[in-house]
Design a protein around this ligand. Structure first.
Ligand code: PRP
Ligand code: URA
Length: 209
């Protein structure tokens, strides 16, 4: 079974409660999603390799550590994944950003692709796929199918809320991809919305509907 890392840090859990609340408006929702993404990036990047380089402080020469290894690519799944980009970019400003546009057809619940623009070296990058919601798992599965078809090997998925059904479906297809979540919720409802969830993440971020 693939790995799921549930991040129970108090700051993340507190902020999650704020965005679950239906009375939280779009401005605050966006700000909190950005902050949560930044905090989650701390855990997502924990195993980044380091190397020692030589530098000179005002006092003396010394060896000190810097991040080395593969370059990073952030891959938000449009639309809602966009809300998670800026917080992580503040911590990893050199990351390239590739976009995959998918929406879930409300009748069939199948993901429909409408846009894709990726850095041309995705196979050489550590990719962090971003989407606040993992519901049936269809969108994340399709996005990662797509990245693997283009040679991507090193992929992590970061969501804020996941349904158990989505995690199971996702790892049936991609058990090599670690999934980072702030919460694994109870279940999906009859419209495949996450319960208790936070509603439609894209609509809440952008004030549509
Ligand atoms: C939402 C969400 C995920 C998807 C999750 O996007 O941001 O991409 O649903 O559902 P799934 O796991 O069942 O595929 P949506 O399709 O509503 O598009 P939007 O971000 O443009 O609102
Ligand atoms: N997409 C969302 O934005 N919310 C859900 O609960 C399920 C899918």
């Amino acid at each position: 079974m693939g790995k799921v890392i549930s991040i129970d840090h108090p700051l993340i859990q507190h902020k999650l409660t704020l965005i679950r609340d239906k009375n939280t408006g779009s401005k605050d929702f966006r700000e909190i999603v950005k902050e949560m993404s930044m905090l989650m990036a701390y855990e997502v990047t924990r195993n980044m390799p380091l190397q020692e380089i030589e530098i000179e402080t005002p006092i003396c020469k010394t060896k000190s550590k810097v991040i080395c290894g593969k370059k990073v690519g952030l891959i938000p799944i449009l639309r809602a994944g966009l809300g998670m980009v800026e917080g992580i970019l503040q911590l990893i400003p050199t990351a390239r950003v590739g976009h995959i546009g998918l929406y879930r057809d409300p009748a069939t619940l199948q993901p429909v692709e409408y846009y894709c623009k990726l850095p041309n070296d995705v196979s050489d990058r550590s990719l962090i796929v971003l989407d606040p919601m993992l519901a049936t798992g269809g969108s994340a599965i399709a996005a990662i199918d797509f990245l693997k078809e283009r040679g991507a090997k090193n992929i992590q998925l970061v969501c804020l809320i996941a349904a158990p059904e989505g995690i199971e479906a996702f790892h049936k297809k991609h058990d090599d991809v670690e999934v980072y979540v702030a919460s694994i919720d109870e279940k999906l409802d009859e419209h495949a919305y996450i319960v208790p969830g936070l509603g439609d993440a894209g609509d809440r971020l952008f004030g549509t509907k």
